[in-house]
Write a protein that binds this ligand. Sequence first.
Ligand SMILES: Nc1ncnc2c1ncn2[C@@H]1O[C@H](COP(=O)(O)OP(=O)(O)OP(=O)(O)O)[C@@H](O)[C@H]1O
Length: 616
Amino acid sequence: MEGNPAQLRTAGVDLGGLMTVLGQHLYSTPLVALRELVQNANDSIVRRRLEDPAAPTAPRITVVGDISARTVRVIDTGTGLTESEIHTYLATVGVGYTRGLRQGQAASEELIGMFGLGFLSAFVIAERVTVTTTSFQQPDRGWRYQSSNGEQYSLAAAPAREIGTVVELALREEHARLAGEDYLARVLGRYCALLRVPIYIGDAAEPLNPEPPPWRGDSDSVSEHPVQARKRQLRFASRFEQQFEPICAMPVPALAGESDPRGLLWVQDGGTYGNSDNRNLSVFVRGMLLDDDARDLLPGWAGFVGGVIESSRLMPTASREDLQRNEAYRSAQHAIAESLIGGLAAVAREQPEAWRRILNRHNEALLGAALCDARLFELLAEEVRVPSSHGDLRASALRREGAIHVGLSTGGFEDMLFRMLGVPVARGDRYAVLPFLRQWVQRHGGRLIEIGTEQGNRQLFTELGLPDAELDWLRETLADGEKVVPARFAPAELPLMVVPDREAELKRRLESDEADKRISMTALRLVRGFTAGIDGSAQARLYVNLDNPAMRALLATMRADRAAAEPAARLLKAIKQLMETHNDADGHGHRLNGALAAIGDSVLRLLPAAAGQAGD
Ligand SMILES: Nc1ncnc2c1ncn2[C@@H]1O[C@H](COP(=O)(O)OP(=O)(O)OP(=O)(O)O)[C@@H](O)[C@H]1O
């Protein structure tokens, strides 16, 4: 054996095993088999138009179900097959006539088959497949192919029939329901909605694909009034949108010119959260539904958008249930995003009522969307409303004396402060609000005061200095670990105020949200971009208001006699703790008890002095 030159060998193919894989594991649902057969019927009709000068002018596909016989028949007026074509194409796995035909043909857009595999899927749902056919090339001969597994088959001469093919499936018991014509109409109505050849179920008078899609020029759409055109688009959209009513429809592409992909997008009715993702997109390639959940072709921010597109550039995978992620895929993604942005702008211009509905329904999602594209930001900056302490307001209505206040948390000291000042505070802890406002002030002017951040605090509190010894005393008597900061701030009635570092708090909360799988990727990306720059280590600050008369009196007393100042300081500290427990979601009950006890104690210690003053 040694020294023998390596021999070139041919790998064996276990056709039986391959058939099982192809036939039973390539497709996600047995329904696909029906689609494949209708697609073959379509292709043979297209082929006949190309090759047979006597091709019928009104070709058709008829699908007949028979529940009692448990059969489905797919009947076409296509080319039919000759004896040798049956052997070479129908019965040879991986070979089909269609692929060759497509190359260089004007009608290639309408030809669907390419892999030479689809016919096999018939054996997934059928225990026996019978093909009866007469070719236009030999109109006086007929053939009958029969197989129960796609691997062994018989072929016999049969009486000539009308030119074309009948594929009859004797259904497996578990697929008996496919013989129901209502069921067939539903399944094929979805898969075949865009096929050009009319498809009839049983002896129905109307085909199940009566109306061409609104973007194809083959109707009287040219002279159509825009209102009529919109109605037609909406009617079409509602056939595809399962969950919501479409509010408005937008064509793909937004502008005439580009030819691929073409289709329709729509905005769903139905209130959703900013980060909910209801995107759905059906993709048709050459008239056949390939993927009814191609949501990734839609931009991530468009959680409220549905659509249908058709393309001849997108490449199906062999199962024809998914799309290859290639250059055409990326360019379709781009075209769809552009159409959506252009479409929304057009709705804003031309359909005020629909636009209002969109803004009402999807305000929150649109806040986030605005951040993803500069044009959307322009479109939405004055339209979306920002949640605030005074209800939902436009950003311009939030602006007071050139500043917009945004809180990173609710229910803190800040809330009280701004309630006292009557200034609306935007809810920076809500989806997309903070980044939206940051961009808004950049473009529209004004200052953004982010309450609870160092920068925001500097704008609210005018920090002052005090001698170290006095600061030490204030810390010992008033603080619970906060950093004491002497300052002036409004309102003067407030003697002191604790401002936790809200950024650090937010970072902690959002980062624990990140573990929450229910939050969509769009929201998470926004959040990560934001929290990455936050230093989570900063501590809370205790602002001591030097504009407040009581605080000034406390300091003056302390300078003269520290012991005399202490009861008043304890009282203030207890009030501070009381306010804090009120706002403390963690519910530190023991602190509340301690604070109340300290108040009682301080009042008792203060009373003799007060009584003394009263007696003066
Ligand atoms: N109803 C039909 N009328 C005429 N020819 C047919 C019909 N059904 C199948 N054929 C022939 O059999 C071939 C193989 O069909 P099959 O469905 O396996 O593959 P395909 O349609 O070529 O490609 P794909 O796997 O992409 O569907 C076709 O190319 C065609 O030549």
